[in-house]
Design a protein around this ligand. Structure first.
Ligand code: ZN
Length: 528
């Protein structure tokens, strides 16, 4: 859910500005988004462990299908002739469209100095590559996951999550270089071409899955491009190009190995969940060793190459670490939003996710879904009649009883979609000057099972009064200059962090037993 605070768009980079406008725009967009889902857009819910590969690919296949122009082109990064279905202008157009979707669906980090820093570094590296003139852009998203990704033809995104795991400018440049490498070698284009070729063989056997997941109005559209996994071969090539760009710009390439080591440790630390970086950048086996081999093969002194530890760390000081509870969080199945001052109980045992523009819950059998989002301005009754008046919706019983003292309107409905009939309950509730939409739906056949569950959840919407929740603070990165040499464990005893020491070691790029020299700047994570 969006936070209430905004920041001045004029102070950040051009691209971040657009993102902030998009964020502000979300309230108005909510309703448009609502029933696109029922129209059978075929998008899958973006839930943890639910990164269905088929739907984003289907979408890309459709995109690619409209763009068929078979040709052979020279790959700018490799100089090889390649069969491609996508021209450079199409590649750029797709990337720009994807970037706008990302910026509509994701907030950017409200720190203009950090945005300028990352963007400035990215631009300076990109200008030294084989494709200096595509519309490069570099934006840091306000997202705790550890990830970075490139869209076709120039847009590159970093999460604050990956930045908080880095310890130097050279580490940042090595990941920038890797992402830039995906763009210069046109990996997205290759994937889209492959997807389209694969479709030729698959289309006859296509089966429409009846799963409710297919109806979800949850997908973070732009992020679908992320799930276009690059192949291991592409990853190898991006690593190789990233190494070259890092070195060409006089950065210490040993930091690339340390960054990959950190990313490996993060994936080991995430307890079974597929980490974002690994899911979008499959490890081409021994990424760290490959980098070390490249370093050895250079057969030259690396002294004098830039590391930029302090410069980098000063830029990320104060950055939020992990989930920001001010944006809302789940605790024991209850969704709390401290800034918007409300809470709501989601059905017990459901898989839930707090996304940028909405909060989503899906039943364990994935046959029912609930979505909480901001509605347009207007009274709950006006909102309800507008919702029920949409084409394809058959309204049922409606009521206009307050919900826990808040003005509200609720109605049942059936919606006809290409994939069959859905039955649901929708409610609009006004609270502190905003109107919220709470929507639950299921295939018609399961309506009897879920209708009362939907109602119970809807009727639990109420004001948040728990002071400990209203005052919750995010964890942030703070820096300490070591007064004497010590291990990270000793550091944590002297300057405790709000995260486990194993994670603290990872984000500082050290082993727990390693002695860190005096005067080193070390990251600490604290809620102030
Ligand atoms: Zn990659």
């Amino acid at each position: 859910m969006p936070r209430t605070r905004t920041y001045s768009p004029a102070t950040v980079s051009e691209r971040a500005t657009r993102a902030s406008e998009a964020t502000v725009d979300l309230n108005r967009r909510t309703d448009n988004a609502s029933f696109g889902a029922f129209a059978g857009s075929g998008r899958a819910p973006d839930l943890p462990n639910e990164h269905t590969m088929s739907t984003p690919l289907q979408r890309l296949q459709l995109t690619a299908a409209t763009l068929v122009a078979m040709s052979c082109a020279t790959n700018p990064a490799t100089g090889k002739r390649e069969f491609t279905l996508v021209s450079e202008s199409q590649e750029i157009a797709m990337g720009q469209e994807g970037a706008q979707s990302v910026l509509r669906e994701s907030a950017v980090v409200p720190d203009s100095a950090l945005q300028r820093y990352v963007s400035g570094l990215g631009m300076s590296i990109a200008r030294t590559t084989e494709r200096p003139n595509v519309p490069w852009s570099f934006v840091v998203l306000d997202d705790p996951v550890v990830n970075a990704f490139a869209l076709p033809g120039g847009p590159i995104f970093f999460t604050r999550g990956i930045l908080t795991h880095m310890t130097s400018e050279a580490e940042l440049v090595s990941v920038l270089g890797h992402e830039i490498g995906h763009v210069t070698a046109r990996h997205s284009v290759r994937q889209m071409t492959n997807a389209q070729l694969a479709q030729v063989g698959l289309v006859a056997g296509a089966i429409v899955s009846p799963r409710i997941a297919q109806f979800g109005d949850l997908a973070q559209t732009g992020l679908q491009l992320l799930f276009l996994r690059f192949s291991r071969g592409d990853e190898l090539q991006a690593d190789e190009l990233g190494f070259k760009y890092t070195l060409n710009n006089n950065y210490d390439v040993r930091e690339m190995a340390s960054m990959f080591r950190t990313l490996d440790r993060v994936s080991g630390d995430e307890g079974g969940r597929i980490p974002e970086w690994q899911s979008t950048h499959p490890n081409p086996d021994n990424r760290v060793a490959n980098t070390e081999n490249r370093i050895a093969a250079l057969n030259r002194s690396l002294s004098g190459l830039r590391v930029g530890r302090e410069d980098f760390l000063r830029h990320i000081e104060g950055l939020v670490f992990g989930e920001n509870p001010r944006d809302g969080f789940f605790r024991n199945g209850v969704f709390h939003h401290p800034d918007l001052r409300f809470r709501i109980d989601f059905p017990s045992g459901w898989q839930t996710q707090n996304q940028t523009t909405q909060v989503v819950g899906v039943s364990s059998r994935k046959d029912a879904i609930m979505v909480l989002s901001l509605a347009k301005n207007g009274t709950p009754s006006q909102q309800l009649s507008q919702f029920l008046g949409q084409q394809g919706i058959i309204p049922g019983r409606t009521t206009a009883q307050p919900i826990n003292g808040r003005p509200a309107a609720m109605g049942e409905f059936v919606a006809q979609t290409q994939e069959g009939a859905l039955a649901g309950v929708v409610a609009f509730v006004s609270h502190n000057g905003a109107t919220y939409r709470i929507l639950g739906y299921t295939p018609s056949a399961s309506a009897a099972t879920w209708q009362s569950t939907f109602r119970t959840a809807i009727l639990s919407f109420r004001e948040e009064t728990d002071a400990s929740i209203l005052d919750v603070k995010p964890n942030r990165v703070r820096l300490v200059q070591l007064p004497r040499a010590m291990t990270i464990v000793e550091f944590n005893d002297a300057y405790p962090s709000a995260i486990p020491v194993t994670l603290l070691a990872i984000i500082n790029g050290v082993e727990e037993t390693q002695t860190i020299p005096a005067a080193t700047l070390v990251k600490r994570i604290v809620a102030e």
